[in-house]
Ligand binder design. Structure first.
Ligand code: ASN
Length: 311
């Protein structure tokens, strides 16, 4: 028991490599349970940690169901007046998706900080303990208030909006990108199907038509260059939009804005003429979360376009 407990930080555990250990075959699985994190965490003297041991999964196995339940856990923590901040321990593979979902719903100045690890807990030099210490300090820091959801990882702090994993193994695994922050509010995205279609030279309509047939209500095109495709894709987009599917164009290029610039039957101008919307700054993984949330909220198409152009 600490003497001067003035702040309460809720630690939500979900699994990931930070909780991972190698099984006899060498494969890493999350096995460390939440109480071990709390027992070993180095928190500032004025911080009390409250554990919410939510799940234990590799984040690549998550669907919208798990992401919804993490967002719900944050809302539950925020409903407690005694909560000063929340730290979420999460696998790195899909941290950018869950952090985006939580950020869209987090209408409160209290800090929410995601962290995880690139190396498992049984590594001889694990990065998880240091990342956890930094995340707790960040969540307890009054200067973090009003900054929205943050990712604290490898001595860096990145806003959730625009964040992406940029390295498979480096201890500084995340980068941020310019992205304005607007809050949508609480919603559940499970049951809203949004698929990502990667575009490449010679791509045809097979994937687009299959996703629409499977019941997608939204498609995110990871287009070429500044947001370009070919005439076959443009035709498929026109069919999809006519069938009531919302189509959003992003890019497979890492940096720079996406814009309807090129024509010729397959360019961004043609995609927009076929009914697609342009995601100016958010790339595919976070565009998918935003689109699912907007569709789950029954947002009118004109407003959906604004959300993507504002980002
Ligand atoms: N570094 C990690 O956490 C990767 C792991 N596969 C996960 O996302 O759960």
């Amino acid at each position: 028991m600490r003497d001067v407990a003035t702040k309460t930080i809720v630690v939500v555990t979900t699994g990931g490599t930070i909780a991972g250990t190698a099984s006899p075959d060498g494969a890493i699985h999350p096995t460390v349970d939440g109480s071990a994190f709390i027992a070993n965490a180095k928190a500032p003297a004025d911080v009390d940690l409250r554990l919410h041991d939510l799940m234990s999964t590799d984040s690549a196995r998550m669907s919208f169901v798990e992401m919804d339940s993490i967002a719900a856990a944050v809302a539950t923590a925020m409903a407690e007046e005694s909560t000063d901040g929340v730290v979420i321990l999460h696998g790195t593979d899909t941290m950018q998706e869950t952090a985006m979902l939580v950020d869209l719903q987090h209408d409160d100045p209290r800090p929410v900080v995601f962290t995880g690890a690139q190396r498992p807990a049984d590594h001889n030099e694990p990065d998880g303990p240091g990342n956890l210490t930094a995340a707790i300090a960040l969540a307890a820091d009054v200067d973090s208030r009003g900054r929205g959801v943050l990712i604290s990882f490898g001595d860096e702090v990145v806003p959730a909006r625009g964040a992406r994993k940029v390295h498979t193994t480096d201890l500084r695994g995340f980068e941020g990108a310019a992205a304005a922050r607007k809050v949508l509010g609480r919603c559940s995205i499970a049951g809203t199907r949004v698929d990502i279609v990667t575009l490449y030279p010679g791509v045809d309509a097979t994937a687009i038509d299959a996703y629409v047939a499977a019941g997608a209500s939204g498609l995110v095109l990871e287009a070429m260059g500044s947001g370009n495709a070919n005439p076959t894709v443009v035709d498929a987009v026109r069919r999809s939009v006519a069938a009531g599917v919302t189509v959003v164009v992003t890019s497979r290029v890492h940096e720079g804005p996406v814009a309807a610039t090129y024509g010729g039957g397959g360019g961004g101008v043609d995609l927009v003429a076929a009914g697609a919307l342009v995601s100016t700054n958010l790339r595919a993984s976070q565009s998918r979360i935003l689109l699912a949330a907007l569709l789950a909220h029954k947002t009118p198409q004109a407003d959906i376009a604004d959300w993507f152009s504002a980002r």
